[in-house]
Design a binder for this molecule. Structure first.
Ligand SMILES: Nc1ncnc2c1ncn2[C@@H]1O[C@H](COP(=O)(O)OP(=O)(O)OP(=O)(O)O)[C@@H](O)[C@H]1O
Ligand SMILES: [Mg+2]
Length: 321
């Protein structure tokens, strides 16, 4: 058993009990399987933590692929879970053993804040690096064992003025992602600002998957329609294949009739994009935000964990059944 001191453990790792539940495998059997890939963390109260490297080998043995992919979160509507989805997905992916980089392209820098990073004057942002993608890896902040971040700050708002040539817009984010792929990353997750600027255009050109989170209000549905229209226009203008598009309903409270209506509208008009689950309302997101960590730093198995775990496994094609 690993004797890593508790305070030296990474923030993000899976708990054995959780994996027992997810795989419906008896604890003894699972423990043996995992230990064949490496030592586990010994936690208080006879619990075990699973190092990301062990988790990765376990999943690979089960046939899970770690093929490189770029997933962007965008919606022209603000305040509806782009950043929450970005950092929750990133930290859960890390727990499953994916070497993950979050690209914070929003000048509001919410993803950086949510991961506990505040960019200083000296830190290079995407705005500074888009012409020299090879410099991206050295500008990354390491947030956890397998979790990295290209931070953002207000200066990224200058990107719109700098990145004006369509050819550059097409390449900028894609080139950074290509360098990260070459550096051994499995996953790049992009947090876009709620505007139709160059960050979104360039992200659409780079993304394999684009997720549009939305809440149960008319602005969100308008945002979804506008964002889908923009993605189509971008792909046509640049003659590129569209990323796979998903809409993700967040902040769902099934007791509200509005949420029921939202689910029905989505099923009726946007069925082809709609992910087969949604994210429920929880107060844990804002609580964790104030600590600069994501919900997965806290091993309680509540609805927020369950929802973003399902989201992560769906997007990464992790079948634990
Ligand atoms: N499922 C949820 N339940 C409750 N609160 C949530 C949920 N998801 C997000 N929030 C809260 O809603 C607020 C906005 O979320 P978030 O920052 O992720 O949105 P955003 O789309 O990135 O916003 P912006 O457009 O400003 O970048 C945050 O305070 C966040 O904690
Ligand atoms: Mg945001």
């Amino acid at each position: 058993m690993s004797s890593t001191a508790i305070d030296k453990l990474p923030h993000y790792y899976l708990n054995l009990r959780e994996l027992v539940k997810l795989t419906k495998t008896p604890q003894k059997k699972l423990l043996k399987q995992l230990q064949s890939h490496g030592e586990l963390y010994a936690l208080p109260a006879n619990q075990y933590g699973i190092p990301a490297t062990v988790m990765r080998q376990y999943l690979q043995k089960r046939g899970v692929k770690f093929d490189f992919q770029v997933i962007a979160h965008a919606n022209l509507r603000g305040g509806i879970g782009k950043t929450t989805s970005t950092v929750s997905l990133a930290s859960r992916a890390v727990e499953y053993g994916y070497k993950t980089c979050v690209l914070d392209l929003d000048p509001q820098a919410s993803a950086s804040l949510a991961l506990g990073v505040e960019a200083s004057e000296e830190d290079a942002l995407f705005y500074d690096l888009w012409q020299q993608p090879k410099a991206v890896p050295s500008a990354l902040k390491q947030v956890d064992e397998l979790l990295y971040l290209l931070p953002s700050s207000l200066d990224n708002s200058l990107l719109d003025a700098a990145l004006q040539r369509p050819g550059d817009q097409k390449k900028a984010v894609a080139a950074a992602c290509q360098v990260l792929k070459e550096q051994g990353f499995d996953l790049v997750i992009i947090d876009c600002p709620p505007t139709l600027g160059t960050a979104v255009i360039s992200s659409v050109c780079a993304a394999d998957k684009l997720v549009i989170p939305l809440a149960n209000d008319a602005f969100s549905f308008r945002g979804l329609a506008l964002t889908l229209g923009e993605v189509e226009a971008i792909c046509e203008a640049f003659q590129i294949q569209s990323p796979v598009l998903h809409s993700l309903l967040v902040k769902v409270d099934k007791r509200e009739t509005l949420s029921k209506q939202a689910l029905e509208t989505l099923a009726g008009n946007y069925a082809e994009y709609q992910l087969p689950f949604y994210i429920r309302t929880s107060t844990i997101y804002s609580k964790m935000l104030s600590e600069g960590k994501t919900i997965f730093a806290n091993s309680k198995n509540d609805i927020a964990h369950q929802d973003y775990d399902r989201y992560t496994r769906h997007l990464l094609n992790i079948d634990l059944g």
